[in-house]
Design a protein around this ligand. Structure first.
Ligand SMILES: [Zn+2]
Length: 64
């Protein structure tokens, strides 16, 4: 079985989420599905529309 890990760190993922990701313009998003760990899933949930910044990208749980 392939080892998977959280897209935002190297923890074991909790679940797969569909997220928009952007660099500076939140209306110009790339839509993708990533796996996130429990910690990052919580952070994404809390951040709401502001998103969470990680390695130069913003991520939010969302509304495609
Ligand atoms: Zn993580």
């Amino acid at each position: 079985m392939p080892l998977s890990k959280c897209e935002l760190c190297s923890s074991q993922p909790l679940r797969e989420v569909a997220i928009p990701r952007w660099v500076s313009d939140p209306s110009d998003v790339e839509r993708l599905t990533i796996e996130v760990c429990a910690k990052h899933y919580q952070r994404l949930n809390k951040a709401g529309n502001k998103g969470v910044k990680q390695r130069g990208y913003y991520y939010r749980i969302g509304f495609w």
